[in-house]
Design a protein around this ligand. Sequence first.
Ligand SMILES: Nc1ncnc2c1ncn2[C@@H]1O[C@H](COP(=O)(O)OP(=O)(O)OP(=O)(O)O)[C@@H](O)[C@H]1O
Ligand SMILES: [Mg+2]
Length: 340
Amino acid sequence: MGGMGVIYKAMQEPLNRIVALKVLLPLTSRNEESSKRFELEAKAISLLQHQNIVNIYEYGEEGEYRFFAMQFVDGEDLAKKIQRRKNMSYTEIIDISKQICRGLRYAHSKSVIHRDIKPQNVLIDKGGVALLSDFGIAKIFSSTHLTLTGVTVGTPEYMSPEQAEGRTLDQQTDIYSLGIMMYEMVAREPPFTGENPVSIAYKQVHETPIPPSVRRKDIPKRLELIILKALKKEKRDRYGSAEEMLEHLDSVDLDERVERPTLSFTNRREETEHVLDKRITDRRSGDRRRGRAGRGASGRSAGSLLDLEYWIEMVRSQWLALLLGGGVGIAFIAHLLLMH
Ligand SMILES: Nc1ncnc2c1ncn2[C@@H]1O[C@H](COP(=O)(O)OP(=O)(O)OP(=O)(O)O)[C@@H](O)[C@H]1O
Ligand SMILES: [Mg+2]
């Protein structure tokens, strides 16, 4: 059972074909217009045919229920893979990310946005092929289940800032959610979590993510930069297309690690951003300039001196330098006192 309905493993007659049957929760209000909209949207997503997208065989309505019969993927979803005890290897993380990027590139070229990219919607079959499921279904669901409060359908941990704010969405929302998912594959936890959906949505809009290298130190440098660029709050700083992101994923050098300077966390973050701009956007210097101008507006900095999280992180990552620095200081003061 998911957020929008129930999913069954079913048999399609008379083909004797195993399918995944997704039955959406009954309509809260039913009218001509919502039925028509469902038809239109369902038609658009059922036309998507790609190796990395779960194929939709059929859609329809039966009484108050609407359903999709989809390709059954024999394997497991990415959420389960992440939750296993062992860390995912970087080769596997990059492989899965690239497959998802290819699926997105195709769907975006047909003007279809997923809107609900999350590990539960990535199915991995036994041959290692990653397939995106529930393409565009979040939109159909929310547009035909008009709620009184106008709640956005989606999962807060994976929502883009523009989605969290209820703004109009384009393909870049999927790129952000993919960035969150990649972060989670590396760190086994998404960057923004919290007690309730509102606090998580707030973080999506205002908080800068802690660089993944703080959570998993051996991450290839370029992979970290790609994730951080996908997670930019402002769309103009983020990857403009899945194609562009795919190109960068192709160039990850698995042996190039993030350096661990002994400077403070603040400097480290600035340096990461600096490298990010240089390494990834230098082909589009116009964007880079605008990015710098817009950064101040994109919310609280993780390096703020009043931020408890910052100090905890600082002590955790720099304890040796702090200890040594303190030792040298004490020795120096003792030396001065003895001289007098
Ligand atoms: N086509 C499929 N083939 C095999 N298993 C599937 C398929 N689609 C979904 N599943 C399995 O069923 C689970 C529930 O899927 P479902 O889409 O109903 O919920 P969800 O992805 O958790 O949330 P949402 O309703 O927001 O999509 C998935 O996590 C996956 O394990
Ligand atoms: Mg799903």
